[in-house]
Design a protein around this ligand. Sequence first.
Ligand SMILES: O=P(O)(O)OC[C@H]1O[C@@](CO)(OP(=O)(O)O)[C@@H](O)[C@@H]1O
Length: 458
Amino acid sequence: MGHVTIADSTPVKLCVVIVGLPARGKSFISQKIVRYLSWLSIPTESFNCAANLLKILDKLNTTSNELFTSDVSNINDDLLVENRKQTLNQILKWFDNIDVCGVAIYDGINGTRDERNAIEKSLKEQNIDTVFLESYCDDETIIKSNITDIESTSPEYSTSKSMEDTFKSVSNKIHFYNNAYQSLSTTDEADLSFIKLINFSAQIVLNHIDSYLKSRIVYYIMNLHVKNRYIWLSRHGESQYNLEGKIGGDAKLSPRGEKYSVKLVELVNKYIPNHDKLEVWTSTLKRTQQTAQFLPFPQKQWKALDELDAGSCDGLTYEEIAVKFPEDFKARDDNKFEYRYPGGESYRDVITRLEPIIMALENQENVLVITHQAVLRCIYAYFMNVHQEESPWMSIPLHTLIRLEIKAYGTQVTRIKADIPAVSTYKEKGTSKLGESKNSINVMSGSVISGITDKVIK
Ligand SMILES: O=P(O)(O)OC[C@H]1O[C@@](CO)(OP(=O)(O)O)[C@@H](O)[C@@H]1O
């Protein structure tokens, strides 16, 4: 995916132009697309019109509140045109550096046909393809919950004195834009390429979805859901191979690993709310299935959750690899994300095969995923927005239940450590020895984290 290109090697440039009144979850959708495509190694960036407007207003010594509460006739149209021009310029400038494939998200209201035509025209002149993505919503409950999220996350409302204050400002803004708002329609804008979400994803209208990239975005959005929820992750219990420092294989659990499989039942009962509805996903390898053996819940085995395939290095220790395949050993340390074991896989390969898992996780709640070190790093990187250079080096210790609390605008991590010792399977860059990660904090790196808590369970 990261190398999507067409025959004459013309770069694939796509701009997703968001359409929707305030409090329709536009920034949430934009950020999710950025995270998903970036995780697939497609350079993607979101450009927020409201943030640009704030800067313009700042220069004019006024605030968005004053703008939207003033009489409609006092609103200076030029201001909004200038705002659009600035956002478009940023997007065009960003595309200048894209030489294979890139997606820009124009995150704004873009509520009139004239505006949309103007945007599409400017982008077309620069050979940039456009798809409009409208979030149309008339469900008051969704709108209210969006306003609550905006209050705690949007810089535009950071100075709001109270929730009431925010509700008032957002309502004024909705009222202001609503007057001229024209929803996308297959009759009035029959030629436009667009996706229209009605009440989030209760209904979806598609028009001229004419490229691979656009259809991927559609598929992803169809799986999104806004509800706050938990996803539970765990590595399998310590395995015989882990004890011996060997990688790969299909070994059984060590005695301590078996203890963890018993303890996991207790952790699930204690910490997972509604665990009666829990579903457990494992890989097809013995160590994950043994870890799940005492959990009395429906279980699914996914081949896609199998550990990164170490190819000709399978069954060796890192020290043996360093001696037998010194060039490979160095190449992997130099670029762990891209390095592919001879006859095996790279982290990039694992991400590609994990895509259906991510889709399924976006769609579901009450899932406990029991899998492996490399696979968990990739899943974790998606939810925590961790950069691909950093993700293969994250520390994901054994005998720890990880809770990801997924909220509209961020993810909170809690690590619940079972008090059962286990070896470290962490290898720092530049050494072939195993040891605790010097930077165990890097398990929590990622820009969307709102906090991390550790609990040790005796
Ligand atoms: O990418 P690195 O850091 O080598 O980690 C992946 C390795 O982790 C291991 C343990 O060393 O995973 P796991 O025990 O979770 O199945 C190996 O099997 C696997 O090759």
